[in-house]
Design a protein around this ligand. Structure first.
Ligand code: MN
Length: 199
């Protein structure tokens, strides 16, 4: 049983004009494909073969860097694709909105905090909305391909929303203007999927 690159549930051009088709195509078919292939190579013939990615993350500090980097790259992109979609944007509703209000004060305050985490992550990494074990929501960011499911993460919990802030996620369209990409991201968020993860 090996890890498989998932198909996207929408076309490469579906997130235009916020995320361009060429970036989506390279990001999915080259970057994500490479992380997936390299993860399979890294676990093949080891005690990790056949384990779920969540099981692997739970003990990631004991495993080689290739598993950490490519496992994170495999998983994080799966979350990223799923929390975006055509016709996205707007604001969440219901229990998720109530939880965001409870943890951050308002949706606007959450948005500001998440955008700042994404814009200020030094170098390559990800920003996250995380549901912690006690049910509270928190925003943080991780370096490289780390994520909140890894045993070595500063903030641990269930990832609800994420944005990739590696340059490969935005450089073709936005060049060095990461904050512009982060602002555009709010127009493609699939809040139904975020709410599903919250439940
Ligand atoms: Mn990426």
């Amino acid at each position: 049983m090996s890890f498989k690159l998932p198909d996207l549930s929408y076309d490469y051009n579906a997130l235009e004009p916020y995320i361009d088709a060429r970036t989506m195509e390279i990001h999915h078919s080259k970057h994500h494909a490479a992380y997936t292939a390299n993860l399979n190579k890294a676990v093949e013939g080891t005690s990790l073969e056949g384990k779920s990615i969540e099981e692997i993350f739970a003990g990631i500090s004991a495993h080689p860097a290739a598993v950490r980097n490519n496992g994170g790259g495999f998983f994080n992109h799966n979350v990223y694709w799923s929390v975006m979609g055509p016709g996205g944007g707007g604001e969440p509703t219901g229990e998720l909105l109530e939880a965001l209000n409870g943890s951050f004060g308002s949706f606007a305050d959450f948005k500001s905090k998440f955008s700042t985490a994404a814009a200020t992550r030094f170098g390559s990494g990800w920003a996250w909305l995380v549901k912690q074990a006690d049910g509270s929501l928190v925003v943080n960011s991780t370096p490289n391909q780390d994520n909140p499911l890894m045993d070595l993460a500063e903030v641990k919990g269930t990832p609800l929303l994420t944005i990739d802030v590696w340059e490969h996620a935005y450089y073709l369209k936005y060049q060095n203007r990461r904050p512009d990409y982060v602002e555009a991201f709010w127009n493609v968020i699939n809040w139904e999927e975020v709410a599903r993860r919250f439940k």
